[in-house]
Design a protein around this ligand. Structure first.
Ligand code: TYM
Length: 337
């Protein structure tokens, strides 16, 4: 009976490479919080992934703690669920090696994010950047996660994780759960406000291209006012011909739950000025309460570190069990305890 009632499991992660954007929030973090009611969740600060791009050590350390505080502020419940830092659970790297031995060079060469990031950092196309999707597969498979809430840019990595799991199961017998993605209907790919054919990204050198989760009300309003649109003045959803307006409509839809025809009707005959203000206001209404909570949590470093310590212990217990099983399956010698 208790097996029947067992809830399905979620794992997801985010890199501590600066303050998350509205894209991170709508594509992932907001759903992380919502899904807690129906799943057992493990949420992870993916600091090892961040090392694939050169980091300033002090910044990385600070960002890992700040990101944990933000995850708590968006509503992650560390008692009911598990919140931890990836490097605090070394089993992820152990499993990653074994999975890498079951992943083909050709599969990794096809990853679009590898191609994009190699083009962006031609002076540092390191091995970690190439094998990153294997570590991500390990993060997911080590907990036998059923569901992985992510934005659209991570779906190819998730597909690979499924392929690796399926192959491993075929060779060594049923071991891993094949994970499913959870990609939101609105907000899976929030675009840049200044170049709306590009993904919104915190690493964009143009600060007007993104909304940060810590931007204050005036900054949010200013950035939306400056957002690139077009000259025909119609609030109409058409990603090919009106990428800027369509992106703003997507953000509005994600916050209000309204459909595109409803939004078109709401702003029919009104200019972009009114529309942009409405988008800014729904964003402010959602983000500003998170910021107040963030300030409160950030003031209590001991609490944040306590959450991470507890999270690492609980995550490691689950992860070590999987690694031990995998060692046995692949034939690594295990001695009696
Ligand atoms: P990261 O840190 O780049 O992004 C965290 C989450 O935010 C989503 N996201 C977006 N969604 C919509 N619009 C955008 N503009 C946007 N930008 C980012 C991402 O899709 C992601 O869900 N490899 C992962 C971290 C990771 C992970 C994992 C995720 C490591 N291990 C295991 C899931 C499962 C990453 O770099 O996300």
């Amino acid at each position: 009976m208790s097996e029947l009632l067992k809830r399905k499991r979620i794992l997801s992660g985010i890199q501590p490479t600066g303050t998350p954007t509205l894209g991170n929030y709508l594509g992932a973090l907001r759903n992380w919080a919502l899904l807690q009611n129906s799943y057992d969740c493990l949420y992870m600060v993916a600091d090892l992934h961040a090392l694939t791009v050169r980091q300033v050590p002090a910044d990385l350390r600070r960002n890992s703690r700040a990101l944990t505080a933000l995850l708590l502020a968006v509503g992650i419940d560390p008692k009911e669920h598990i919140l931890f830092v990836q490097s605090h659970v070394p089993a992820h790297c152990e499993l990653s090696w074994i999975l890498a031995c079951n992943t083909q060079f050709g599969e990794l060469s096809r990853m679009t994010q590898f191609k994009d990031k190699s083009a962006k950092h031609p002076d540092n196309v390191n091995g970690g950047l190439f094998t990153y999707p294997v570590l991500m597969a390990s993060d997911i498979l080590i907990y036998n996660a059923d569901l992985v809430p992510v934005g659209q840019d991570q779906t190819q990595h998730l597909e690979l994780a499924r392929d690796i799991a399926g192959r491993f199961n075929n060779i060594y017998g049923e071991t891993f759960v094949l994970p499913e993605g959870y990609v939101p209907a609105a907000g899976a790919k929030v675009m840049s406000l200044s170049e709306p054919t590009k993904k919104m990204s915190k690493s964009d050198p143009n600060v007007n291209s993104f909304i940060l989760m810590t931007d204050d009300k005036d900054t949010i309003v200013r950035k939306f006012k400056r957002a690139v649109t077009d000259s025909d003045g119609m609030v109409h959803f058409d990603t090919a011909n009106k990428p800027g307006v369509s992106n703003l409509m997507t953000i509005y839809a994600a916050f209000t739950g309204k459909t595109m025809p409803e939004i078109e009707a709401e702003f029919a005959g009104k200019g972009y000025g009114d529309f942009k203000m409405a988008v800014a206001e729904t964003t402010v209404d959602a983000i500003c309460p998170v910021q107040e909570e963030l300030q409160r949590i950030q003031a209590d470093k001991a609490y944040v570190d306590g959450v991470l310590k507890d999270g690492a212990e609980r995550a490691a217990r689950l992860a070590n069990r999987t690694v031990s099983k995998v060692h046995r399956k692949v034939g690594l010698l295990q001695l009696e305890k």
